[in-house]
Ligand binder design. Structure first.
Ligand code: ZN
Ligand code: ZN
Length: 329
């Protein structure tokens, strides 16, 4: 299931605020103070917990939404998930976004745009591959305009009609092409649940893509906990988080790890299903998330929720819960 369909309404659980306050205007009245308190509480914590936020009404609004839910990092889409061709990102919107980030103290390393679901850079169909390659370039250029330097996407799928190796070659080819067109932005591959013929369920597959990328300073990995569990990495077992990171370090290298997607799983271990669940409510369970927020190898990178966020247990509450599990830093 996609993030778009597995995540619930982007309510924050926080009280409604006037738009100018939500955008991080000056501290005003009680609401402003509450928000400041929440942020101050997490200052100094090396865990940058946040969530995937909406861009409805303007891309800069993502920043205010993150603040409202008490997040320290966020993910966002760069445009509509339905169209291959999007209107040019206007400079005023991009400027507003950058201003908001600066004002609220968000650095690019803690903001993780998520790529379009239409893209399949490993597609055996030539027209889809061409369109995906072009969209990848377009999305990286949007990142540059927004002052961002990370870009997370799903590697791709062979659709069962080419080998994994051929699919890997195509994905790496698309990344190399995009790197040539757009400077600086780091392409961050997401691990997959192993559903169908997607590539990236096994860490070794991520590594084969990385091996073919010419500029390896510009490639990284985002580990999605639900996808990892569904692919067979047993995060629910005692010491499961450490074991997964050890394996990742051995097979890929920890220095490639740029972010984590924090999702519990509706499906069981090894089910290969991409079904996100709220934190502590699925088969992974709360202990694994306690281990994650206390794992020093996950300091200073974005830890992003993409959960359904049911009423009463929305992102604000899940962020609060995760911070409450952090032992003294
Ligand atoms: Zn994803
Ligand atoms: Zn994810």
């Amino acid at each position: 299931m996609s993030v778009a369909s597995s995540m619930g309404p982007r309510k924050t659980g926080a009280k409604k605020r006037k738009p100018e306050e939500a955008l991080g205007g000056e501290k005003r009245g009680e609401d402003g103070e509450e928000r400041e308190d929440r942020r101050r509480k997490h200052r100094g914590n090396k865990k940058y917990i946040g969530a995937h936020v909406g861009i409805q009404g303007g891309i800069w609004k993502a920043v205010g939404s993150c603040i409202e839910m008490g997040g320290s990092s966020f993910a966002l889409f760069l445009g509509s998930q339905r169209s291959w061709k999007r209107p040019v990102l206007d400079h005023t919107a991009a400027d507003k976004f950058r201003e908001q980030c600066a004002l609220q103290g968000f650095v690019p390393a803690h903001i993780l745009p998520h790529g379009s679901y239409l893209m399949n850079c490993g597609s055996p169909k030539e027209d889809v591959f061409e369109k995906s390659q072009a969209l990848l370039v377009d999305e990286l250029s949007r990142c540059s305009l927004l002052g961002l330097n990370l870009y997370n996407f799903h590697p791709g799928s062979s659709l069962g009609s080419i080998t994994t190796k051929q699919c890997v070659d195509k994905i790496a080819g698309a990344i190399n092409h995009a790197h040539q067109q757009i400077p600086a932005v780091v392409t961050v591959l997401e691990n997959m649940s192993g559903q169908g013929s997607t590539v990236g369920g096994k860490f070794s597959e991520l590594k084969s893509i990385i091996d073919e990328v010419r500029d390896q300073t510009r490639v990284g990995v985002c580990l999605d906990t639900c996808h990892a569990f569904a692919a067979g990495y047993d995060l629910a077992a005692e010491g499961g988080v450490k074991a997964m990171l050890d394996e990742f370090d051995q097979q890929v290298g920890l220095h490639y790890l740029r972010a984590i997607h924090l999702n519990d799983s509706k499906g069981k271990l090894g089910c290969n299903l991409d079904r996100h669940e709220d934190i502590g409510k699925g088969h992974i369970g709360i202990s694994a998330f306690r281990d994650i927020v206390n794992e020093p190898r996950l300091d200073n990178i974005p830890l992003i929720l993409e959960t359904p966020g049911r009423p009463g247990f929305e992102y604000a509450e899940q962020i609060e819960l995760l911070y409450s599990l952090c032992e003294k830093q």
